[in-house]
Design a protein around this ligand. Structure first.
Ligand code: NAP
Ligand code: MG
Length: 500
């Protein structure tokens, strides 16, 4: 589980915990991953046409370690001309890659997966240094799940005719992809693996604050011997992203990020004929009924909101708890967050690492102030925070009303808004009372209630008696302002092919 159980329960429980991730134990890690060498370059170039090339402007920007506030590497800043070059390389490679027999494409993708596994420790440390997430999460979740996505999609490459029988699935051509900073390598895998399996070539832009693992992935692309131009990585800020999205050679655009930028992209691609998929924000309801096993539910709530510092689009950021058990749940939650360890992301005992950027820290602090101003009751853990680095205490707000900003807006931090309900109908009504529709959680002993709730909840993913569980076979995506299109499973594959 991403957020570890407190020491107390570990020592009292003799049962071996269930393995949480299907692909999590494919290989062993060094017991001291914090000492692994992330093999960072001082300077990272753009990856275009199978080569690392300097940006035409000669400009670079620093990537900062949020735990130390110090730069860890310089990253090339791609402007429109560099993006042109990336699309030219991708367009040149596209017909040959599309014509390659599926089994051959599959071999390359398997190779990417295996190389990622070989260098898993190095990738985990780099991800943690660049983004601030706890090493335990990058080691046990991000990297193995990224490899799992490549394995899964490698298997599809020669089976597309079976996935879409009679529909003659064809690639779109060149796909422009833009990803956020919360799961940099994993979001890259969600984008690149299905695109390659279906015979598309890609131009991908990682987020400004977390480009390092995408560029390390480019090293793997070279090592795997992928034909030049099949994968191109251009780095930079929002302007680079806009150039990727708006390039005329992009036949399809796949974006993961905020709803605000998603709306801009929807406007700018309207009428262009580009196929568009958007994976955007969320404000998920995690709903606890009075018959739920409360200790288990509390662990699920903690995992739902504090995993990856709460920088999770599907985070269970609105807890809806039935009134009869609200006090009991709140009491347990307070005790539980008091023992969460906040601090050095490279320490394998850390539960909550550093906030990804100063900007994000300010955004979280601003919304927390709004919560206090609007009258919700705040409880924060009393843990000591490191002197340097961007950190935020695990925070609970009770007495939250639906009109409060902390109930409506995505905070994207370790902050839980708690609301109560009396009846099933009220729970559904409150859960769906949001502009978003990405995910939800339901905690109850009753199977019939789980089925009823998962039908009534307007959310792309509904977890029952668990939270934040992922698998490459399972489609992920939203409704309403959480976007459209799916990633993972056959549904995700369908967004990367033209069907007749
Ligand atoms: P963001 O500000 O929208 O940025 C996402 C990506 O878009 C970044 O690479 C960003 O570049 C780029 N970008 C910025 N402006 C752009 C523009 N005008 N045109 C094209 N690209 C542009 O989001 P974020 O803060 O990185 O990520 C957090 C958001 O992502 C949250 O809302 C979260 O819920 C969402 N998210 C959704 C999912 C999902 O599957 N639904 C998964 C993960 C995250 P820069 O970083 O350089 O500005
Ligand atoms: Mg960084």
């Amino acid at each position: 589980m991403p957020v570890a159980a407190p020491k107390k329960s570990r020592s009292t429980s003799r049962r071996r915990p269930e393995p949480e991730l299907i692909f999590g134990d494919l290989w062993e890690f060094d017991p001291a991953p914090e000492s692994a060498d992330p093999r960072l370059a001082e300077r990272y170039q753009l990856f275009i046409g199978g080569r690392f090339v300097a940006p035409k402007s000669g400009k670079y920007f620093p990537s900062i370690n949020p735990a130390t506030e110090k730069p860890i590497a310089e990253i090339a800043l791609a402007a429109a001309k560099d993006v042109d070059a990336a699309y030219a390389a991708a367009a040149e490679a596209a017909p040959r890659w599309a014509r390659l027999p599926g089994a051959e494409r599959g071999k390359y993708i398997y190779r990417l997966a295996r190389l990622l596994q070989d260098r898993a420790r190095e990738f985990a440390v780099a991800e943690t240094l660049d983004g601030g997430k706890p090493i335990r999460e990058s080691r046990d979740f991000d990297v193995p799940m990224a490899a799992a996505h490549f394995f899964y999609h490698a298997g599809w490459a020669d089976k597309l005719a079976y996935a879409f029988p009679g529909a003659d699935p064809q690639p779109h051509g060149v796909v422009g992809q833009v990803i956020p900073w919360n799961f940099p390598l994993l979001m890259l895998a969600w984008k690149i693996a299905p695109a390659l399996a279906t015979g598309n070539t890609v131009v991908l832009k990682p987020a400004e604050t977390t480009s390092v693992t995408a560029l390390k992935f480019a090293e793997i692309v070279r090592e795997a011997g992928l034909p030049p131009g099949v994968v191109n990585i251009v780095t930079g800020a929002g302007e680079t992203g806009a150039a990727v999205v708006n390039h005329p050679a992009a036949a399809k655009v796949a974006f993961t990020g905020s709803t605000d930028v998603g709306k801009l992209i929807m406007r700018s691609t309207a009428g262009t004929g580009k196929k568009l998929t958007l994976e955007l924000g969320g404000k998920a309801a995690n709903i606890v009924f009075e018959d739920a096993p409360l200790d288990q539910a509390v662990e699920g709530i903690v995992n739902g909101i504090f995993f990856n510092q709460g920088h999770v689009c599907c985070a269970g950021s609105r807890l809806l708890v039935q009134e009869s058990v609200a006090d009991a749940v709140l009491r347990r939650l307070r005790n539980r967050i008091d023992v969460l360890r906040v601090g050095n992301p490279l320490d394998k005992n850390t539960d909550i690492g550093a906030i990804n950027s100063k900007e994000q820290l300010n955004k979280i602090a601003g919304l927390v102030k709004a919560g206090q101003r609007e009258g919700a009751a705040m409880y924060q853990s009393k843990c000591r925070l490191p002197r340097t680095g961007w950190y935020f205490r695990p925070t609970l707000f009770s007495g939250v009303e639906q009109s409060h900003r902390i109930a409506r807006e995505e905070i994207f931090g370790p902050v839980l808004s708690i609301l109560t309900f009396r009846t099933v109908a009220e729970a559904v009504e409150k859960a769906n009372n949001t502009a978003y529709g990405l995910s939800a959680g339901v905690w109850t002993e009753k199977g019939s209630r789980i089925l009823k709730m998962s039908t009534a909840l307007k959310a792309g993913v509904v977890w029952a008696n668990t939270y934040n569980k992922f698998d490459p076979t399972s489609p992920f995506g939203g409704y309403k302002e959480s976007g459209f299109g799916r990633e993972g499973g056959k549904h995700g594959l369908a967004d990367y092919v033209k069907l007749t």
